[in-house]
Design a protein around this ligand. Structure first.
Ligand SMILES: Cc1ncc(COP(=O)(O)O)c(C=O)c1O
Length: 447
Protein backbone atom coordinates (compact mmCIF):
# COMPACT_ATOMS: atom_id res chain seq x y z
CA UNK A 1 0.00 0.00 0.00
CA UNK A 2 1.27 3.48 -0.88
CA UNK A 3 1.24 6.01 1.94
CA UNK A 4 0.64 8.79 -0.53
CA UNK A 5 -0.69 9.00 -4.05
CA UNK A 6 0.91 11.65 -6.22
CA UNK A 7 -0.20 12.56 -9.75
CA UNK A 8 2.19 13.74 -12.47
CA UNK A 9 1.94 17.37 -13.66
CA UNK A 10 0.33 16.20 -16.91
CA UNK A 11 -2.38 14.39 -14.94
CA UNK A 12 -3.61 17.65 -13.39
CA UNK A 13 -7.24 18.35 -14.43
CA UNK A 14 -7.47 20.92 -17.26
CA UNK A 15 -11.06 21.94 -16.50
CA UNK A 16 -12.91 23.02 -13.38
CA UNK A 17 -16.24 21.39 -12.55
CA UNK A 18 -19.20 23.72 -12.01
CA UNK A 19 -21.75 21.96 -9.84
CA UNK A 20 -24.46 24.64 -10.38
CA UNK A 21 -26.39 22.84 -13.17
CA UNK A 22 -26.36 19.57 -11.18
CA UNK A 23 -27.82 20.87 -7.91
CA UNK A 24 -31.34 19.42 -7.52
CA UNK A 25 -33.93 22.25 -7.55
CA UNK A 26 -31.17 24.65 -8.56
CA UNK A 27 -29.65 27.78 -7.11
CA UNK A 28 -31.62 30.96 -6.45
CA UNK A 29 -30.11 34.03 -8.17
CA UNK A 30 -28.52 36.91 -6.26
CA UNK A 31 -30.95 39.81 -5.85
CA UNK A 32 -30.48 43.56 -6.18
CA UNK A 33 -31.30 44.85 -2.66
CA UNK A 34 -32.89 48.01 -4.08
CA UNK A 35 -35.43 46.22 -6.27
CA UNK A 36 -35.43 42.62 -4.98
CA UNK A 37 -35.03 41.61 -8.67
CA UNK A 38 -32.30 39.20 -9.87
CA UNK A 39 -29.02 41.08 -10.24
CA UNK A 40 -27.43 40.94 -13.69
CA UNK A 41 -23.70 41.11 -14.44
CA UNK A 42 -23.83 44.80 -15.55
CA UNK A 43 -24.24 46.11 -12.01
CA UNK A 44 -21.67 43.74 -10.56
CA UNK A 45 -19.10 44.69 -13.20
CA UNK A 46 -18.20 47.77 -11.13
CA UNK A 47 -16.36 45.47 -8.72
CA UNK A 48 -15.74 42.20 -10.64
CA UNK A 49 -14.23 41.53 -14.10
CA UNK A 50 -16.58 40.04 -16.72
CA UNK A 51 -14.49 36.86 -17.00
CA UNK A 52 -15.36 35.97 -13.40
CA UNK A 53 -18.98 37.18 -13.64
CA UNK A 54 -19.51 34.84 -16.59
CA UNK A 55 -18.28 31.96 -14.42
CA UNK A 56 -20.44 33.14 -11.52
CA UNK A 57 -23.60 32.82 -13.64
CA UNK A 58 -22.50 29.93 -15.85
CA UNK A 59 -24.65 26.88 -16.49
CA UNK A 60 -21.74 24.97 -18.14
CA UNK A 61 -20.59 21.87 -16.27
CA UNK A 62 -16.93 22.15 -17.24
CA UNK A 63 -14.85 25.30 -17.78
CA UNK A 64 -11.29 25.29 -19.18
CA UNK A 65 -8.49 26.30 -16.83
CA UNK A 66 -6.38 28.87 -18.74
CA UNK A 67 -2.83 27.68 -19.57
CA UNK A 68 -1.25 30.55 -17.57
CA UNK A 69 -3.23 29.48 -14.49
CA UNK A 70 -2.27 25.82 -15.01
CA UNK A 71 1.40 26.83 -15.13
CA UNK A 72 1.15 28.59 -11.75
CA UNK A 73 -0.91 25.73 -10.27
CA UNK A 74 2.00 23.43 -11.14
CA UNK A 75 4.14 25.12 -8.46
CA UNK A 76 2.25 22.91 -5.95
CA UNK A 77 -0.43 20.96 -7.84
CA UNK A 78 -1.41 18.16 -8.19
CA UNK A 79 -1.41 18.05 -4.37
CA UNK A 80 -0.80 14.69 -2.65
CA UNK A 81 -3.52 12.40 -1.33
CA UNK A 82 -2.23 10.78 1.85
CA UNK A 83 -3.45 7.79 3.84
CA UNK A 84 -3.38 8.73 7.54
CA UNK A 85 -2.18 5.28 8.60
CA UNK A 86 -0.53 6.53 11.81
CA UNK A 87 -3.69 8.33 12.90
CA UNK A 88 -5.74 5.19 12.11
CA UNK A 89 -3.40 3.14 14.32
CA UNK A 90 -3.57 5.66 17.18
CA UNK A 91 -7.38 5.56 17.02
CA UNK A 92 -7.48 1.76 16.94
CA UNK A 93 -9.84 1.83 13.98
CA UNK A 94 -10.00 -0.25 10.83
CA UNK A 95 -11.48 2.75 9.04
CA UNK A 96 -9.30 4.04 6.19
CA UNK A 97 -8.63 7.75 6.51
CA UNK A 98 -7.37 9.66 3.47
CA UNK A 99 -6.61 13.37 3.39
CA UNK A 100 -6.01 15.69 0.47
CA UNK A 101 -3.11 17.91 1.47
CA UNK A 102 -3.83 21.45 0.32
CA UNK A 103 -1.29 22.71 2.86
CA UNK A 104 1.48 22.22 0.25
CA UNK A 105 0.65 25.43 -1.62
CA UNK A 106 3.11 28.36 -1.32
CA UNK A 107 0.97 30.09 1.32
CA UNK A 108 -0.12 26.88 3.04
CA UNK A 109 -3.77 26.43 2.11
CA UNK A 110 -6.33 25.80 -0.65
CA UNK A 111 -6.87 29.54 -1.13
CA UNK A 112 -4.46 30.07 -4.09
CA UNK A 113 -6.63 27.68 -6.17
CA UNK A 114 -9.01 30.62 -6.56
CA UNK A 115 -6.63 33.56 -5.96
CA UNK A 116 -4.58 32.69 -9.06
CA UNK A 117 -7.49 32.57 -11.54
CA UNK A 118 -9.07 35.65 -9.93
CA UNK A 119 -5.85 37.64 -10.39
CA UNK A 120 -5.53 36.23 -13.93
CA UNK A 121 -9.01 37.28 -15.13
CA UNK A 122 -8.52 40.75 -13.59
CA UNK A 123 -5.14 41.10 -15.33
CA UNK A 124 -6.76 40.08 -18.65
CA UNK A 125 -9.19 42.99 -18.31
CA UNK A 126 -6.49 45.52 -17.44
CA UNK A 127 -7.20 45.83 -13.71
CA UNK A 128 -4.23 47.37 -11.88
CA UNK A 129 -5.25 47.01 -8.22
CA UNK A 130 -7.33 44.52 -6.17
CA UNK A 131 -8.83 45.01 -2.72
CA UNK A 132 -9.89 42.16 -0.48
CA UNK A 133 -10.59 41.05 3.08
CA UNK A 134 -8.92 38.29 5.03
CA UNK A 135 -9.89 36.45 8.22
CA UNK A 136 -7.12 34.12 9.30
CA UNK A 137 -4.78 35.69 6.74
CA UNK A 138 -4.74 32.66 4.44
CA UNK A 139 -6.82 34.32 1.73
CA UNK A 140 -4.93 37.62 1.98
CA UNK A 141 -1.61 35.78 1.59
CA UNK A 142 -3.01 33.80 -1.34
CA UNK A 143 -4.19 36.90 -3.19
CA UNK A 144 -0.91 38.70 -2.38
CA UNK A 145 0.97 35.75 -3.94
CA UNK A 146 -1.35 35.60 -6.97
CA UNK A 147 -1.30 39.35 -7.70
CA UNK A 148 2.52 39.32 -7.49
CA UNK A 149 2.46 36.83 -10.40
CA UNK A 150 0.47 39.21 -12.61
CA UNK A 151 1.90 42.61 -11.59
CA UNK A 152 -1.28 43.77 -9.84
CA UNK A 153 -1.27 45.88 -6.63
CA UNK A 154 -3.06 44.30 -3.67
CA UNK A 155 -4.72 45.88 -0.62
CA UNK A 156 -5.84 43.62 2.23
CA UNK A 157 -8.26 44.48 5.05
CA UNK A 158 -7.41 41.95 7.77
CA UNK A 159 -9.90 41.22 10.57
CA UNK A 160 -8.56 42.95 13.72
CA UNK A 161 -8.44 39.85 15.94
CA UNK A 162 -6.41 37.87 13.37
CA UNK A 163 -4.20 40.90 12.64
CA UNK A 164 -3.19 40.80 16.32
CA UNK A 165 -3.03 36.99 16.60
CA UNK A 166 -1.10 36.31 13.38
CA UNK A 167 1.67 38.85 12.81
CA UNK A 168 3.56 36.55 10.42
CA UNK A 169 0.64 36.46 7.98
CA UNK A 170 1.17 40.22 7.72
CA UNK A 171 4.86 39.66 7.02
CA UNK A 172 4.02 37.13 4.30
CA UNK A 173 1.63 39.49 2.54
CA UNK A 174 4.23 42.25 2.70
CA UNK A 175 6.83 39.92 1.23
CA UNK A 176 4.57 39.32 -1.78
CA UNK A 177 4.20 43.11 -2.10
CA UNK A 178 0.69 43.67 -0.70
CA UNK A 179 -0.32 46.41 1.76
CA UNK A 180 -2.33 45.42 4.83
CA UNK A 181 -4.46 47.25 7.36
CA UNK A 182 -6.39 45.97 10.42
CA UNK A 183 -10.16 46.03 9.93
CA UNK A 184 -12.17 47.99 10.95
CA UNK A 185 -9.72 50.66 9.76
CA UNK A 186 -9.75 54.44 9.59
CA UNK A 187 -9.31 54.25 5.81
CA UNK A 188 -12.97 53.75 4.87
CA UNK A 189 -16.27 55.39 5.84
CA UNK A 190 -17.70 52.12 7.15
CA UNK A 191 -14.52 51.38 9.13
CA UNK A 192 -14.55 54.84 10.77
CA UNK A 193 -18.26 54.49 11.59
CA UNK A 194 -17.82 51.09 13.26
CA UNK A 195 -14.74 52.24 15.20
CA UNK A 196 -16.65 55.25 16.51
CA UNK A 197 -19.44 53.01 17.79
CA UNK A 198 -17.33 50.02 18.90
CA UNK A 199 -13.71 51.07 19.43
CA UNK A 200 -12.75 47.63 20.84
CA UNK A 201 -14.44 45.43 18.23
CA UNK A 202 -12.51 42.28 17.20
CA UNK A 203 -13.79 42.91 13.67
CA UNK A 204 -15.39 40.28 11.47
CA UNK A 205 -15.23 39.06 7.89
CA UNK A 206 -18.53 40.84 7.28
CA UNK A 207 -16.96 44.18 8.27
CA UNK A 208 -13.72 43.58 6.35
CA UNK A 209 -15.72 42.70 3.20
CA UNK A 210 -17.59 46.03 3.51
CA UNK A 211 -14.30 47.92 3.74
CA UNK A 212 -12.72 46.14 0.76
CA UNK A 213 -15.88 46.68 -1.30
CA UNK A 214 -15.99 50.38 -0.42
CA UNK A 215 -12.33 50.64 -1.46
CA UNK A 216 -13.07 49.04 -4.86
CA UNK A 217 -16.32 50.95 -5.44
CA UNK A 218 -14.69 54.33 -4.78
CA UNK A 219 -11.60 53.92 -6.99
CA UNK A 220 -11.48 53.57 -10.77
CA UNK A 221 -8.29 51.50 -10.79
CA UNK A 222 -9.50 48.87 -8.31
CA UNK A 223 -11.68 45.78 -8.39
CA UNK A 224 -12.60 43.49 -5.53
CA UNK A 225 -11.76 39.83 -4.90
CA UNK A 226 -13.59 37.50 -2.49
CA UNK A 227 -11.91 34.39 -1.08
CA UNK A 228 -14.96 32.18 -0.61
CA UNK A 229 -18.78 32.05 -0.77
CA UNK A 230 -19.31 32.92 -4.46
CA UNK A 231 -20.00 30.31 -7.15
CA UNK A 232 -16.84 31.02 -9.13
CA UNK A 233 -14.66 30.60 -6.03
CA UNK A 234 -16.25 27.22 -5.23
CA UNK A 235 -15.78 26.20 -8.86
CA UNK A 236 -12.05 27.07 -8.84
CA UNK A 237 -11.69 24.87 -5.76
CA UNK A 238 -13.28 21.90 -7.57
CA UNK A 239 -9.78 20.94 -8.73
CA UNK A 240 -9.25 19.50 -5.22
CA UNK A 241 -11.97 16.88 -5.57
CA UNK A 242 -11.25 16.20 -9.25
CA UNK A 243 -7.67 15.27 -8.36
CA UNK A 244 -8.75 13.37 -5.25
CA UNK A 245 -11.16 11.27 -7.31
CA UNK A 246 -8.35 10.18 -9.67
CA UNK A 247 -6.10 9.48 -6.69
CA UNK A 248 -8.74 7.39 -4.88
CA UNK A 249 -9.13 5.39 -8.10
CA UNK A 250 -5.37 4.72 -8.12
CA UNK A 251 -5.66 3.59 -4.49
CA UNK A 252 -8.55 1.33 -5.61
CA UNK A 253 -10.78 2.94 -2.96
CA UNK A 254 -13.94 5.04 -2.95
CA UNK A 255 -14.95 7.28 -0.05
CA UNK A 256 -18.00 6.41 2.06
CA UNK A 257 -17.61 9.69 3.93
CA UNK A 258 -16.32 13.05 2.64
CA UNK A 259 -15.49 15.78 5.15
CA UNK A 260 -14.45 19.43 5.03
CA UNK A 261 -14.51 22.39 7.39
CA UNK A 262 -16.85 25.24 6.45
CA UNK A 263 -16.17 28.96 6.73
CA UNK A 264 -17.66 30.42 3.56
CA UNK A 265 -17.86 26.95 2.00
CA UNK A 266 -15.14 26.96 -0.65
CA UNK A 267 -12.79 24.17 0.46
CA UNK A 268 -15.74 21.95 1.32
CA UNK A 269 -17.31 22.56 -2.08
CA UNK A 270 -13.87 21.93 -3.56
CA UNK A 271 -13.40 18.45 -2.12
CA UNK A 272 -17.07 17.42 -2.41
CA UNK A 273 -18.32 18.68 -5.78
CA UNK A 274 -16.66 16.08 -8.03
CA UNK A 275 -18.31 13.28 -6.04
CA UNK A 276 -21.86 14.71 -6.01
CA UNK A 277 -22.80 13.43 -9.51
CA UNK A 278 -21.99 9.87 -8.31
CA UNK A 279 -24.17 10.46 -5.24
CA UNK A 280 -27.01 11.66 -7.46
CA UNK A 281 -26.67 8.46 -9.50
CA UNK A 282 -27.17 6.38 -6.37
CA UNK A 283 -23.71 5.94 -4.85
CA UNK A 284 -23.88 5.97 -1.05
CA UNK A 285 -21.72 8.83 0.22
CA UNK A 286 -22.09 10.74 3.47
CA UNK A 287 -20.97 14.37 3.04
CA UNK A 288 -20.15 16.12 6.33
CA UNK A 289 -19.63 19.91 6.53
CA UNK A 290 -18.02 20.94 9.83
CA UNK A 291 -18.46 24.34 11.46
CA UNK A 292 -17.60 25.91 14.83
CA UNK A 293 -20.26 25.94 17.57
CA UNK A 294 -19.39 29.62 18.03
CA UNK A 295 -20.38 30.52 14.45
CA UNK A 296 -22.98 27.88 13.50
CA UNK A 297 -24.50 29.20 10.28
CA UNK A 298 -25.47 25.77 8.85
CA UNK A 299 -26.73 24.17 12.05
CA UNK A 300 -28.43 27.19 13.68
CA UNK A 301 -28.77 29.80 10.94
CA UNK A 302 -31.71 30.44 8.64
CA UNK A 303 -31.89 29.74 4.89
CA UNK A 304 -32.83 33.18 3.57
CA UNK A 305 -31.74 36.07 1.39
CA UNK A 306 -29.14 38.14 3.25
CA UNK A 307 -26.30 40.55 2.65
CA UNK A 308 -22.78 39.14 2.50
CA UNK A 309 -21.39 42.05 4.53
CA UNK A 310 -22.16 44.30 7.47
CA UNK A 311 -22.60 47.54 5.52
CA UNK A 312 -25.21 45.97 3.20
CA UNK A 313 -23.18 46.67 0.06
CA UNK A 314 -23.36 43.20 -1.54
CA UNK A 315 -26.23 41.72 -3.53
CA UNK A 316 -28.61 39.55 -1.50
CA UNK A 317 -27.46 35.94 -1.49
CA UNK A 318 -29.73 32.98 -0.75
CA UNK A 319 -27.81 31.15 1.96
CA UNK A 320 -27.77 29.82 5.49
CA UNK A 321 -27.05 32.91 7.58
CA UNK A 322 -26.77 34.07 11.17
CA UNK A 323 -27.63 37.61 10.02
CA UNK A 324 -25.22 40.05 8.39
CA UNK A 325 -24.72 42.04 11.63
CA UNK A 326 -23.72 38.92 13.61
CA UNK A 327 -20.24 39.37 15.10
CA UNK A 328 -18.86 36.00 16.14
CA UNK A 329 -16.57 35.67 19.15
CA UNK A 330 -12.81 35.89 18.49
CA UNK A 331 -12.17 32.16 18.19
CA UNK A 332 -8.85 31.01 16.78
CA UNK A 333 -10.18 29.60 13.54
CA UNK A 334 -10.49 33.06 11.99
CA UNK A 335 -11.38 31.63 8.57
CA UNK A 336 -14.55 30.07 10.00
CA UNK A 337 -15.90 33.33 11.51
CA UNK A 338 -18.37 34.26 8.78
CA UNK A 339 -22.10 34.85 9.25
CA UNK A 340 -23.19 33.18 5.99
CA UNK A 341 -22.40 30.13 3.85
CA UNK A 342 -21.93 29.83 0.12
CA UNK A 343 -25.23 29.54 -1.81
CA UNK A 344 -23.88 26.34 -3.45
CA UNK A 345 -23.15 24.61 -0.16
CA UNK A 346 -26.37 26.01 1.33
CA UNK A 347 -28.32 24.41 -1.52
CA UNK A 348 -26.58 21.06 -0.95
CA UNK A 349 -27.56 21.23 2.74
CA UNK A 350 -31.12 22.25 1.80
CA UNK A 351 -31.33 19.16 -0.44
CA UNK A 352 -30.09 16.94 2.42
CA UNK A 353 -27.02 15.96 0.41
CA UNK A 354 -24.60 17.54 2.88
CA UNK A 355 -24.96 16.99 6.63
CA UNK A 356 -23.69 19.85 8.80
CA UNK A 357 -21.91 19.12 12.09
CA UNK A 358 -20.88 21.67 14.73
CA UNK A 359 -17.85 21.16 16.94
CA UNK A 360 -16.15 23.05 19.76
CA UNK A 361 -12.81 24.83 19.64
CA UNK A 362 -11.01 22.75 22.32
CA UNK A 363 -11.87 19.34 20.86
CA UNK A 364 -10.59 20.65 17.52
CA UNK A 365 -7.23 21.73 18.91
CA UNK A 366 -6.95 18.31 20.65
CA UNK A 367 -7.63 16.61 17.30
CA UNK A 368 -5.04 18.84 15.62
CA UNK A 369 -2.42 17.93 18.24
CA UNK A 370 -3.11 14.20 17.76
CA UNK A 371 -2.79 14.65 14.00
CA UNK A 372 0.54 16.47 14.40
CA UNK A 373 1.89 13.70 16.65
CA UNK A 374 0.78 10.91 14.33
CA UNK A 375 0.96 12.27 10.77
CA UNK A 376 3.57 14.93 11.55
CA UNK A 377 1.84 17.90 9.92
CA UNK A 378 0.59 20.78 12.08
CA UNK A 379 -2.91 21.72 10.86
CA UNK A 380 -4.46 25.19 10.65
CA UNK A 381 -7.12 25.72 13.36
CA UNK A 382 -9.78 25.68 10.61
CA UNK A 383 -8.50 22.34 9.34
CA UNK A 384 -8.61 20.93 12.90
CA UNK A 385 -12.41 21.06 12.56
CA UNK A 386 -12.31 18.61 9.63
CA UNK A 387 -9.84 16.37 11.50
CA UNK A 388 -12.12 16.35 14.56
CA UNK A 389 -15.01 15.15 12.39
CA UNK A 390 -12.83 12.56 10.60
CA UNK A 391 -11.92 11.09 14.00
CA UNK A 392 -15.59 11.00 15.00
CA UNK A 393 -16.54 9.22 11.76
CA UNK A 394 -13.62 6.78 12.00
CA UNK A 395 -14.53 5.71 15.53
CA UNK A 396 -18.34 5.90 15.30
CA UNK A 397 -18.79 2.14 14.86
CA UNK A 398 -15.60 0.10 15.06
CA UNK A 399 -17.46 -2.92 13.62
CA UNK A 400 -18.37 -1.01 10.48
CA UNK A 401 -15.16 0.67 9.30
CA UNK A 402 -15.61 3.31 6.63
CA UNK A 403 -13.37 4.82 3.99
CA UNK A 404 -13.06 8.48 4.87
CA UNK A 405 -11.73 11.34 2.75
CA UNK A 406 -11.19 14.73 4.34
CA UNK A 407 -9.78 17.94 3.00
CA UNK A 408 -6.65 19.07 4.80
CA UNK A 409 -7.34 22.71 3.92
CA UNK A 410 -4.14 24.19 5.34
CA UNK A 411 -1.14 23.89 7.64
CA UNK A 412 -0.90 25.80 10.91
CA UNK A 413 2.76 26.84 10.96
CA UNK A 414 1.74 30.48 11.15
CA UNK A 415 -0.92 29.74 13.76
CA UNK A 416 1.42 28.65 16.55
CA UNK A 417 0.31 31.52 18.81
CA UNK A 418 -3.13 29.87 18.88
CA UNK A 419 -1.60 26.52 19.87
CA UNK A 420 0.42 28.30 22.60
CA UNK A 421 -2.82 29.67 24.03
CA UNK A 422 -4.39 26.22 23.80
CA UNK A 423 -1.54 24.67 25.81
CA UNK A 424 -1.61 27.55 28.31
CA UNK A 425 -5.28 26.72 28.99
CA UNK A 426 -6.38 30.13 27.74
CA UNK A 427 -8.87 28.90 25.11
CA UNK A 428 -12.49 28.21 25.93
CA UNK A 429 -15.49 26.68 24.23
CA UNK A 430 -18.29 28.99 23.25
CA UNK A 431 -21.81 28.16 22.11
CA UNK A 432 -23.31 31.24 20.51
CA UNK A 433 -26.50 31.96 22.52
CA UNK A 434 -29.70 31.22 20.62
CA UNK A 435 -31.27 34.53 21.76
CA UNK A 436 -28.42 36.51 20.17
CA UNK A 437 -28.74 34.58 16.92
CA UNK A 438 -32.49 35.27 16.93
CA UNK A 439 -31.73 39.00 17.36
CA UNK A 440 -29.51 39.24 14.28
CA UNK A 441 -31.83 37.02 12.25
CA UNK A 442 -34.63 39.48 13.05
CA UNK A 443 -32.62 42.06 11.04
CA UNK A 444 -32.61 40.02 7.82
CA UNK A 445 -33.69 42.08 4.79
CA UNK A 446 -37.35 41.71 3.87
CA UNK A 447 -37.62 40.03 0.49
C1 LIG B 1 -6.95 26.79 6.24
C2 LIG B 1 -8.36 27.23 6.01
N1 LIG B 1 -9.32 26.30 5.94
C3 LIG B 1 -10.61 26.64 5.75
C4 LIG B 1 -11.00 27.96 5.63
C5 LIG B 1 -12.45 28.27 5.47
O1 LIG B 1 -12.80 28.85 4.26
P1 LIG B 1 -13.71 28.09 3.20
O2 LIG B 1 -14.92 27.57 3.93
O3 LIG B 1 -14.04 29.09 2.18
O4 LIG B 1 -12.89 27.00 2.66
C6 LIG B 1 -10.03 28.97 5.67
C7 LIG B 1 -10.42 30.39 5.51
O5 LIG B 1 -9.70 31.30 5.75
C8 LIG B 1 -8.69 28.59 5.87
O6 LIG B 1 -7.72 29.52 5.94
Amino acid sequence: MNKKIVLRDDEMPRQWYNIAPDIPNGLKPPLDPETNEPMGPEKLSAVFPMGLLEQEMSGERFIDIPEEVQEIYKIWRPSPLVRATNLEKALGTKAKIFFKNEGVSPVGSHKPNSAVPQAYYNMKEGVKRLSTETGAGQWGSALAFATSKFGIECKVYMVRVSFDQKPYRKSMMQMYGASIVASPSKETNIGRKILAEHPDTPGSLGIAISEALEDAATRDDTKYALGSVLNHVCMHQSIIGLEAKKQMEIAAEYPDVIIGCCGGGSNFAGIAAAFVPDYLEGKKIRFVGVEPASCPSLTMGKLAYDFGDVAQMTPLLYMYTLGHDFIPPGIHAGGLRYHGMSPMLSALVRENIVHPMKVHQLECFEAGALFARTEGIIPAPETCHAIRAAITEATRDLNDPKTILFNFSGHGLIDMASYDKFYAGELHDYDYPEEDIAKSIANLPKV
